[in-house]
Design a binder for this molecule. Structure first.
Ligand SMILES: [Zn+2]
Length: 258
């Protein structure tokens, strides 16, 4: 491989590290809606040029997680209430479809993997707010991946991140996102291959999450450089969030989940 190609690949992966770091920080509620994302501070923390930072920010903008205004720079997106409702509605459509597919195709191995994921949620419940948020989101992403439809999985992943943003913006302090018991009922319906029941439970569950998410007020912010310092050293996020426990930055937002 030529030196030029090597350089090209290394730049892409560097930009990917920034993208994944910022995306995870947003999902974790470490970065909150409206937080400024100065290219120079990000570049400094990640040891990357502004060009690479901008690439990462453009990707996040395409996913609806970042707003970029001429002359005002980038900031974590602040979805309006209407937009937030549309995001939840789109997520509910896709996840109902995932239930219908999985009720037909699910295997014992996949059921075991779902149970293991919910066990992680239960263990983190009430102990580590950051892990709770990650594991809860990972359950939904895992379901979508198991459906075998990569397009749906990609959009569910994106919408789960945007919902985390909405919960950060409008959710009450200590509001829960996903309840472990609701996830368990969904697994049971899938085990019985009852697609209608699984879809109904998922719709109810997401309705509950939305109800808890669209409630209250934004809160105060710590220094952006301090937040980014924790994410600049991170490795790529595992696809299902299954290994997230070993990669957690130490500090997180306070527990937002029962
Ligand atoms: Zn959930």
């Amino acid at each position: 491989m030529s030196l030029l190609k090597d350089r090209g690949r290394s730049a892409v992966s560097r930009s990917g590290v920034i993208y994944r770091g910022l995306r995870q920080a947003i999902s974790d509620h470490a970065l909150l809606p409206g937080d400024k994302l100065p290219e120079d501070t990000i570049g400094e923390r990640f040891g990357a040029s502004r060009t690479l930072v901008r690439e990462a920010l453009m990707r996040l903008k395409a996913e609806g997680l970042v707003d970029m205004q001429p002359n005002r720079g980038a900031a974590v997106a602040r979805p309006s209430l209407d937009e937030a409702r549309h995001i939840f509605a789109a997520r509910a459509c896709l996840e109902r479809e995932v239930m219908a597919t999985l009720a037909v195709s699910i295997t014992p191995r996949q059921l075991a993997a779902l149970e293991a994921q919910v066990e992680k949620e239960r263990d983190a419940d009430g102990k580590d707010g950051l892990e709770s948020i990650r594991f809860a989101g990972a359950f939904h992403v895992l379901l979508a991946e198991m459906s075998g439809n990569r397009v749906v999985a990609r959009y569910v992943d994106e919408l789960v991140s945007r919902c985390a943003l909405i919960i950060a913006l409008y959710g009450q302090p200590h509001a829960s996102d996903c309840a472990v018991s609701e996830h368990r009922s969904i697994i049971e319906a899938l085990r019985e291959r009852n697609g209608a029941q699984a879809a109904k439970l998922m719709a109810h569950h997401l309705g509950e999450v939305e109800g808890r998410a669209l409630l209250a007020q934004p809160s105060r912010r710590p220094d952006i450089g301090d937040i980014l310092g924790r994410y600049a050293l991170r490795r790529p996020r595992p696809a299902t969030g299954a290994k997230a426990a070993s990669e957690s930055p130490e500090a997180g937002r306070e527990n937002r989940r029962r």
